[in-house]
Design a protein around this ligand. Structure first.
Ligand SMILES: [Fe+2]
Length: 509
């Protein structure tokens, strides 16, 4: 880089606020191992960067160099260069401090970010863990949830944030400017806690490119490939799974069965360790069920419940305890259910998956109102006070889990419930996924689009046949009731009912 330019930048970087090209949009995520933390940021010039870190804010004596990816041409308004650094070999349960530094050709620091900090995961597997989670969050600084999340993370009570799809509306909007604004808004908390994500429908534009570049998730190469936007991660007593519901709704459909068999393998392995890590919690953006008053993926029972069709049987068979979903801009909690059937109206040792839909963090599209009458599986729902709300998940121990939905506007508690499970494991017992007798839940369901195409063609043919029969019938009837030549309709005076008179030699009317 030009020395003169670097000197100018250095002079301008007396503080972060004056810095023209400071690394920004800093956020964290878990690395492939518990001892690794991933730090990411954006910058608008091509320059080498690194993370400097240590256990004291005054002594950042270690460093980790970053890799860089460049946003595509159509993202002209976004900071172009996205960096990812892996900070490795961290001690468990410790607080680390770090900053992002840009370097000149002589390895001298020319730009420095503020100092941030994070706490590494503990080795104490039984220690209660708390998480923040939500979906559907737009890039508007006036949304009260941003301030609330900053307060929550500053309390140091939480292990991670899970954002279950739909970010910024959209990351690609305004040629990437909206994405930059969103990443700037989450930095005050995402720079201090792992910000874990799942893709939603608003990440689809541009082949998920901004999502795949702006975030890095464990066990996935970076930028995330289209062929694997799903992952799992063990923390304490929980096996977390993030899956992509978008494979069912985009040209990503080729990956439906790739994801399915990855999930099957992952769940089978997780079940082998259920005594040590009993809870399985899965997260995906679009819900399998919901009772909102719209024609959406989860409301239309016969046409578009593709996620339910693709994954519900697998999750039920393998005993997923809790499924967190979003997409609907409201809050809803379901009773334990499978295939429309409610298994219990309590959460004491549920024998089917429990669903929570928390998609009301704050968005430009407003609330999705509920239908008047709830379905039998809907245990609690809120579309009035839930806008700008988020979830707090607490894993108490092997048997107890609690969930709260909280309003960011007035801190009120919208909902709270416990799940008590004394016998974790598959909800379908004694099934095998090996050999010729493998259970149907171990086989990727055929793409529902093809099924409906066949049904649509069949219905179309039936319709044509039906119309043909009706036409034939009408023609036959008309030929039998044809009026004899010479009849004409006259209109007598005084509004007397019309009568037909035979007029010799008159023209037909
Ligand atoms: Fe969505």
């Amino acid at each position: 880089m030009d020395i003169q330019l670097l000197s100018i930048l250095l002079m301008l970087c007396i503080t972060d606020s004056l810095c023209l090209r400071c690394p920004e949009q800093i956020h964290l995520s878990f690395g492939d191992e518990h001892e690794t933390m991933v730090v990411m940021w954006s910058i608008d010039i091509q320059i080498r960067c690194q993370v400097e870190y240590g256990e004291s804010p005054d002594l950042l004596k270690y460093s980790a160099r970053s890799n860089v990816s460049e946003l595509p041409e159509w993202s002209s308004n976004a900071l172009k260069y996205i960096h990812k650094a892996e900070v490795k070999n961290l001690k468990p349960g410790r607080r680390y401090y770090y900053r992002v530094v840009a370097l000149d050709d002589n390895e001298h620091a020319v730009i420095r970010s503020s100092v941030h900090s994070f706490t590494t995961l503990t080795n104490d597997i039984g220690k209660p863990q708390k998480y923040l989670l939500y979906g559907d969050l737009g890039a508007d600084a006036d949304f009260p949830i941003y301030r609330k999340l900053e307060e929550e993370v500053a309390s140091n009570n939480y292990t991670a944030i899970w954002h279950v799809g739909d970010m910024a509306y959209d990351l690609t909007s305004e040629n990437g400017q909206t994405g930059d604004r969103f990443m700037q808004l989450i930095e005050p908390f995402a720079a201090n806690i792992s910000y874990m994500t799942s893709p939603g429908n608003h990440e689809i534009p541009g082949d998920f490119m901004h999502y795949r570049m702006r975030f890095s998730m464990p066990g996935i190469e970076w930028p995330m490939p289209l062929t694997k936007m799903w992952y799992s991660y063990d923390i304490g007593l929980v096996h977390f799974i993030s899956y992509s519901t978008e494979v069912y709704f985009s040209h990503n459909e080729d990956y439906v069965c790739t994801q399915f068999y990855w999930l099957l393998d992952d769940l089978i392995k997780a079940n082998q360790k259920r005594d040590k890590r009993p809870w399985i919690i899965a997260m995906g953006h679009r819900p399998m069920y919901c009772s909102n008053n719209n024609a959406d993926d989860c409301t239309n029972r016969f046409i578009s419940r593709w996620v339910k069709h693709g994954l519900e049987r697998l999750f039920h068979a393998q005993g997923v305890d809790l499924i967190i979903e979003a997409h609907e801009h409201s809050y809803e909690r379901l009773w334990p259910l499978y295939d429309e059937k409610v298994y219990a109206t309590s959460y004491d040792n549920p024998q089917a998956c429990v669903h929570v839909i928390s998609g009301a963090a704050g968005n430009v599209e407003g609330v999705n109102w509920m239908r008047r009458r709830p379905e039998a599986w809907s245990a609690f729902r809120d579309d009035k006070t839930s806008l700008y709300s988020y979830g707090r998940l607490t894993i108490q121990n092997h048997t107890h889990l609690s969930f709260e939905q909280v309003s960011a506007q007035d801190n009120s508690l919208i909902d709270k419930f416990w799940i008590v499970q004394n016998a974790h494991g598959p909800f379908l017992k004694d099934i095998t996924c090996e050999g010729p007798n493998r259970h149907e839940s171990c086989v990727c369901p055929p793409l529902i689009r093809y099924v409906y195409l066949i049904i649509g063609l069949a219905l179309g043919m039936l319709f044509v046949i039906f119309v043909g029969i009706i036409c034939c019938f009408c023609c036959w009837r008309r030929s039998r009731t044809k009026k004899p030549k010479g009849y004409v309709t006259l209109h007598p005076l005084n509004n007397i009912e019309h009568e037909h008179y035979l007029v010799e030699g008159a023209d037909l009317v």
